[in-house]
Design a protein around this ligand. Structure first.
Ligand SMILES: NC(=O)c1ccc[n+]([C@@H]2O[C@H](COP(=O)([O-])OP(=O)(O)OC[C@H]3O[C@@H](n4cnc5c(N)ncnc54)[C@H](O)[C@@H]3O)[C@@H](O)[C@H]2O)c1
Length: 254
Protein backbone atom coordinates (compact mmCIF):
# COMPACT_ATOMS: atom_id res chain seq x y z
CA UNK A 1 0.00 0.00 0.00
CA UNK A 2 2.85 2.40 0.80
CA UNK A 3 5.24 1.02 -1.82
CA UNK A 4 7.50 -0.14 1.04
CA UNK A 5 7.54 -3.86 1.54
CA UNK A 6 8.28 -6.17 4.45
CA UNK A 7 6.56 -9.35 5.45
CA UNK A 8 4.65 -8.60 8.65
CA UNK A 9 1.91 -11.15 8.00
CA UNK A 10 0.65 -12.80 11.17
CA UNK A 11 1.85 -9.90 13.32
CA UNK A 12 -0.42 -7.69 15.40
CA UNK A 13 0.46 -4.00 15.67
CA UNK A 14 -0.94 -1.24 17.86
CA UNK A 15 -0.60 2.36 16.65
CA UNK A 16 -1.52 5.17 19.05
CA UNK A 17 -2.48 8.45 17.43
CA UNK A 18 -3.55 6.35 14.46
CA UNK A 19 -6.56 8.49 13.61
CA UNK A 20 -4.88 11.00 11.34
CA UNK A 21 -1.57 12.45 10.20
CA UNK A 22 1.56 10.37 10.72
CA UNK A 23 -0.15 7.67 12.79
CA UNK A 24 -2.71 6.98 10.07
CA UNK A 25 0.00 6.72 7.39
CA UNK A 26 1.91 4.28 9.59
CA UNK A 27 -1.18 2.18 10.33
CA UNK A 28 -2.03 1.95 6.63
CA UNK A 29 1.56 1.01 5.76
CA UNK A 30 1.77 -1.69 8.44
CA UNK A 31 -1.50 -3.17 7.18
CA UNK A 32 -0.08 -3.05 3.65
CA UNK A 33 2.73 -5.30 4.86
CA UNK A 34 0.22 -7.82 6.17
CA UNK A 35 0.02 -6.84 9.84
CA UNK A 36 -3.31 -6.74 11.64
CA UNK A 37 -3.45 -3.23 13.01
CA UNK A 38 -5.22 -1.86 16.09
CA UNK A 39 -5.45 1.93 15.97
CA UNK A 40 -6.12 4.16 18.94
CA UNK A 41 -6.87 7.82 19.52
CA UNK A 42 -9.17 9.87 21.71
CA UNK A 43 -11.52 10.40 18.77
CA UNK A 44 -13.59 7.44 17.57
CA UNK A 45 -14.49 9.18 14.27
CA UNK A 46 -10.81 9.49 13.29
CA UNK A 47 -9.86 5.89 13.98
CA UNK A 48 -13.06 4.60 12.40
CA UNK A 49 -11.95 6.41 9.20
CA UNK A 50 -8.53 4.78 9.43
CA UNK A 51 -10.19 1.40 9.94
CA UNK A 52 -12.30 1.94 6.81
CA UNK A 53 -9.28 2.98 4.71
CA UNK A 54 -7.45 -0.19 5.75
CA UNK A 55 -10.53 -2.39 5.25
CA UNK A 56 -11.08 -0.97 1.74
CA UNK A 57 -7.52 -2.04 0.88
CA UNK A 58 -8.22 -5.55 2.17
CA UNK A 59 -6.49 -5.16 5.53
CA UNK A 60 -7.64 -5.99 9.03
CA UNK A 61 -8.00 -3.16 11.55
CA UNK A 62 -9.52 -2.67 14.99
CA UNK A 63 -10.39 0.87 16.16
CA UNK A 64 -10.04 1.43 19.91
CA UNK A 65 -10.79 4.82 21.47
CA UNK A 66 -8.37 5.60 24.30
CA UNK A 67 -6.76 8.60 26.01
CA UNK A 68 -3.05 7.92 26.51
CA UNK A 69 -2.75 10.47 29.31
CA UNK A 70 -4.61 7.99 31.57
CA UNK A 71 -2.68 4.93 32.71
CA UNK A 72 -5.83 2.91 33.38
CA UNK A 73 -7.06 3.65 29.84
CA UNK A 74 -3.67 2.58 28.43
CA UNK A 75 -3.84 -0.79 30.16
CA UNK A 76 -7.41 -1.31 28.87
CA UNK A 77 -6.25 -0.34 25.35
CA UNK A 78 -3.35 -2.78 25.35
CA UNK A 79 -5.55 -5.54 26.76
CA UNK A 80 -8.10 -5.00 23.95
CA UNK A 81 -5.40 -4.94 21.27
CA UNK A 82 -3.80 -8.08 22.70
CA UNK A 83 -7.09 -9.96 23.13
CA UNK A 84 -7.98 -9.35 19.48
CA UNK A 85 -5.67 -12.17 18.29
CA UNK A 86 -3.98 -13.16 21.56
CA UNK A 87 -0.70 -11.52 20.64
CA UNK A 88 0.96 -8.13 20.32
CA UNK A 89 4.11 -7.87 18.21
CA UNK A 90 4.52 -4.19 17.32
CA UNK A 91 3.72 -0.98 19.21
CA UNK A 92 4.03 2.41 17.52
CA UNK A 93 3.67 5.32 19.94
CA UNK A 94 2.54 8.19 17.73
CA UNK A 95 -0.04 10.05 19.86
CA UNK A 96 1.40 13.46 20.56
CA UNK A 97 0.60 17.15 20.91
CA UNK A 98 2.38 20.50 20.94
CA UNK A 99 1.35 23.78 22.55
CA UNK A 100 3.49 26.41 20.84
CA UNK A 101 4.39 29.17 23.33
CA UNK A 102 7.51 31.04 24.32
CA UNK A 103 9.01 29.61 27.51
CA UNK A 104 8.01 32.66 29.57
CA UNK A 105 4.34 32.07 28.70
CA UNK A 106 4.06 28.31 29.34
CA UNK A 107 1.57 27.52 32.13
CA UNK A 108 1.62 24.53 34.44
CA UNK A 109 -1.42 23.19 32.56
CA UNK A 110 0.35 23.53 29.17
CA UNK A 111 3.43 21.76 30.53
CA UNK A 112 1.42 18.91 32.04
CA UNK A 113 -0.71 18.39 28.92
CA UNK A 114 2.33 18.10 26.65
CA UNK A 115 4.39 15.95 29.02
CA UNK A 116 1.42 13.75 29.98
CA UNK A 117 0.61 12.99 26.35
CA UNK A 118 4.06 12.78 24.79
CA UNK A 119 6.23 11.33 27.54
CA UNK A 120 4.05 9.79 30.26
CA UNK A 121 1.66 8.36 27.64
CA UNK A 122 4.54 6.89 25.66
CA UNK A 123 6.12 5.37 28.77
CA UNK A 124 3.00 3.65 30.04
CA UNK A 125 2.05 2.39 26.57
CA UNK A 126 5.57 0.90 26.40
CA UNK A 127 5.17 -0.59 29.87
CA UNK A 128 1.75 -2.16 29.21
CA UNK A 129 2.72 -3.49 25.77
CA UNK A 130 6.22 -4.44 26.90
CA UNK A 131 4.80 -6.79 29.53
CA UNK A 132 2.81 -8.59 26.81
CA UNK A 133 5.84 -8.74 24.50
CA UNK A 134 8.16 -10.03 27.22
CA UNK A 135 5.63 -12.73 28.10
CA UNK A 136 5.18 -13.53 24.40
CA UNK A 137 8.89 -13.90 23.63
CA UNK A 138 9.64 -10.59 21.94
CA UNK A 139 8.39 -7.59 20.01
CA UNK A 140 9.14 -4.22 18.47
CA UNK A 141 8.42 -0.81 19.94
CA UNK A 142 8.79 2.27 17.74
CA UNK A 143 8.42 5.66 19.39
CA UNK A 144 7.71 8.61 17.12
CA UNK A 145 9.85 11.26 18.77
CA UNK A 146 10.96 14.25 16.70
CA UNK A 147 14.05 16.02 15.46
CA UNK A 148 13.11 18.25 18.44
CA UNK A 149 14.50 15.49 20.65
CA UNK A 150 17.91 16.44 19.20
CA UNK A 151 17.79 20.23 18.68
CA UNK A 152 16.12 23.18 20.35
CA UNK A 153 13.60 25.49 18.66
CA UNK A 154 11.47 28.49 19.64
CA UNK A 155 8.17 27.93 21.49
CA UNK A 156 8.92 24.32 22.26
CA UNK A 157 10.18 24.17 25.87
CA UNK A 158 7.67 21.49 26.86
CA UNK A 159 7.65 19.76 23.47
CA UNK A 160 11.45 19.46 23.15
CA UNK A 161 11.66 18.30 26.77
CA UNK A 162 9.02 15.64 26.17
CA UNK A 163 10.63 14.36 22.96
CA UNK A 164 14.14 14.40 24.44
CA UNK A 165 12.66 12.35 27.25
CA UNK A 166 11.21 9.88 24.75
CA UNK A 167 14.65 9.44 23.13
CA UNK A 168 16.25 8.74 26.53
CA UNK A 169 13.38 6.49 27.63
CA UNK A 170 13.86 4.50 24.42
CA UNK A 171 17.50 3.81 25.33
CA UNK A 172 16.62 2.63 28.84
CA UNK A 173 13.91 0.27 27.60
CA UNK A 174 16.21 -1.03 24.85
CA UNK A 175 18.80 -1.97 27.48
CA UNK A 176 16.31 -3.46 29.96
CA UNK A 177 14.33 -5.45 27.39
CA UNK A 178 17.08 -6.61 25.01
CA UNK A 179 17.34 -9.92 26.91
CA UNK A 180 13.63 -10.42 26.17
CA UNK A 181 14.01 -9.85 22.42
CA UNK A 182 12.02 -6.59 22.58
CA UNK A 183 13.72 -3.99 20.35
CA UNK A 184 12.89 -0.36 21.19
CA UNK A 185 13.75 2.48 18.80
CA UNK A 186 12.70 5.99 17.79
CA UNK A 187 11.83 7.57 14.49
CA UNK A 188 12.53 11.31 14.66
CA UNK A 189 10.84 13.32 11.89
CA UNK A 190 11.30 16.94 10.88
CA UNK A 191 8.23 19.08 10.19
CA UNK A 192 5.67 17.21 8.13
CA UNK A 193 2.37 18.33 6.61
CA UNK A 194 -0.30 17.09 9.02
CA UNK A 195 -3.40 18.49 10.80
CA UNK A 196 -1.03 19.30 13.73
CA UNK A 197 1.22 21.58 11.66
CA UNK A 198 -1.25 22.99 9.10
CA UNK A 199 -2.30 25.92 11.35
CA UNK A 200 1.39 26.66 12.17
CA UNK A 201 2.33 26.95 8.49
CA UNK A 202 -0.27 29.69 7.98
CA UNK A 203 2.43 31.89 9.55
CA UNK A 204 4.64 32.52 6.51
CA UNK A 205 7.63 33.69 8.59
CA UNK A 206 7.52 30.40 10.46
CA UNK A 207 7.17 28.41 7.22
CA UNK A 208 10.13 30.22 5.63
CA UNK A 209 12.29 29.69 8.74
CA UNK A 210 11.54 25.96 8.71
CA UNK A 211 12.31 25.61 4.99
CA UNK A 212 15.58 27.51 5.45
CA UNK A 213 16.70 25.01 8.11
CA UNK A 214 15.95 21.88 6.07
CA UNK A 215 18.79 21.24 3.60
CA UNK A 216 16.49 19.22 1.34
CA UNK A 217 14.38 22.38 1.13
CA UNK A 218 10.91 20.95 1.67
CA UNK A 219 8.40 20.02 4.35
CA UNK A 220 7.92 16.27 4.64
CA UNK A 221 4.75 14.24 4.28
CA UNK A 222 3.49 11.53 6.69
CA UNK A 223 4.37 8.92 4.05
CA UNK A 224 8.04 9.98 4.30
CA UNK A 225 8.19 8.44 7.79
CA UNK A 226 6.69 5.03 7.10
CA UNK A 227 9.81 3.49 5.53
CA UNK A 228 11.79 3.91 8.75
CA UNK A 229 8.91 2.48 10.79
CA UNK A 230 8.45 -0.54 8.53
CA UNK A 231 12.20 -1.17 8.62
CA UNK A 232 12.29 -1.08 12.44
CA UNK A 233 9.26 -3.39 12.60
CA UNK A 234 10.81 -5.90 10.19
CA UNK A 235 13.36 -8.70 10.51
CA UNK A 236 15.86 -6.43 8.71
CA UNK A 237 16.23 -4.52 12.00
CA UNK A 238 16.87 -7.56 14.23
CA UNK A 239 20.19 -6.04 15.40
CA UNK A 240 18.87 -2.49 15.89
CA UNK A 241 17.76 -1.30 19.32
CA UNK A 242 18.04 1.91 21.36
CA UNK A 243 18.57 4.05 18.28
CA UNK A 244 16.84 7.04 16.71
CA UNK A 245 16.40 7.23 12.95
CA UNK A 246 16.22 10.87 11.89
CA UNK A 247 13.88 11.58 8.99
CA UNK A 248 14.70 15.27 9.03
CA UNK A 249 15.73 16.31 5.53
CA UNK A 250 19.15 17.10 7.03
CA UNK A 251 18.03 19.65 9.70
CA UNK A 252 20.23 18.12 12.41
CA UNK A 253 23.23 17.84 10.06
CA UNK A 254 23.97 21.61 10.19
N1 LIG B 1 3.79 16.75 12.11
C1 LIG B 1 5.04 17.00 12.39
O1 LIG B 1 5.65 17.91 11.82
C2 LIG B 1 5.78 16.15 13.38
C3 LIG B 1 7.18 16.21 13.39
C4 LIG B 1 7.89 15.42 14.31
C5 LIG B 1 7.20 14.60 15.18
N2 LIG B 1 5.84 14.56 15.15
C6 LIG B 1 5.17 13.69 16.10
O2 LIG B 1 4.44 12.72 15.39
C7 LIG B 1 3.27 12.37 16.12
C8 LIG B 1 2.04 12.56 15.25
O3 LIG B 1 1.99 13.89 14.81
P1 LIG B 1 0.92 14.39 13.74
O4 LIG B 1 1.49 15.59 13.11
O5 LIG B 1 0.45 13.26 12.91
O6 LIG B 1 -0.23 14.89 14.74
P2 LIG B 1 -1.84 14.95 14.55
O7 LIG B 1 -2.30 16.00 15.50
O8 LIG B 1 -2.21 15.07 13.13
O9 LIG B 1 -2.28 13.51 15.07
C9 LIG B 1 -2.07 13.16 16.42
C10 LIG B 1 -2.91 11.96 16.77
O10 LIG B 1 -2.70 11.70 18.17
C11 LIG B 1 -3.97 11.60 18.80
N3 LIG B 1 -3.86 12.01 20.20
C12 LIG B 1 -3.49 13.22 20.70
N4 LIG B 1 -3.57 13.21 22.03
C13 LIG B 1 -4.00 11.97 22.39
C14 LIG B 1 -4.29 11.35 23.63
N5 LIG B 1 -4.18 11.99 24.80
N6 LIG B 1 -4.70 10.06 23.61
C15 LIG B 1 -4.84 9.39 22.45
N7 LIG B 1 -4.59 9.93 21.25
C16 LIG B 1 -4.17 11.21 21.23
C17 LIG B 1 -4.88 12.51 17.99
O11 LIG B 1 -6.25 12.18 18.21
C18 LIG B 1 -4.40 12.19 16.57
O12 LIG B 1 -4.98 10.99 16.11
C19 LIG B 1 3.27 13.24 17.38
O13 LIG B 1 3.85 12.51 18.44
C20 LIG B 1 4.17 14.39 16.98
O14 LIG B 1 4.79 14.98 18.10
C21 LIG B 1 5.12 15.32 14.28
Amino acid sequence: MSGITADLSGKVALVTGGGRGIGRAIAVALAGCGARVAVASRTLKEIEETRQIIAEKGGECLAIPADVTRVEAIYELVEKAYSWHNRLDILVNCAGINIAKFAVDVTEEDWDRVLDTNLKGTFFCCQAAGKKMIAGGGGRIINISSQMAHVGYYKRAAYCSSKGGVAQLTKVLAVEWAPHNVNVNCVAPTFLETPLTAPMFEDKDFYNDVIRRIPLGKIGKPEDVVGAVIYLASDAANMVTGSSILVDGGWVAW
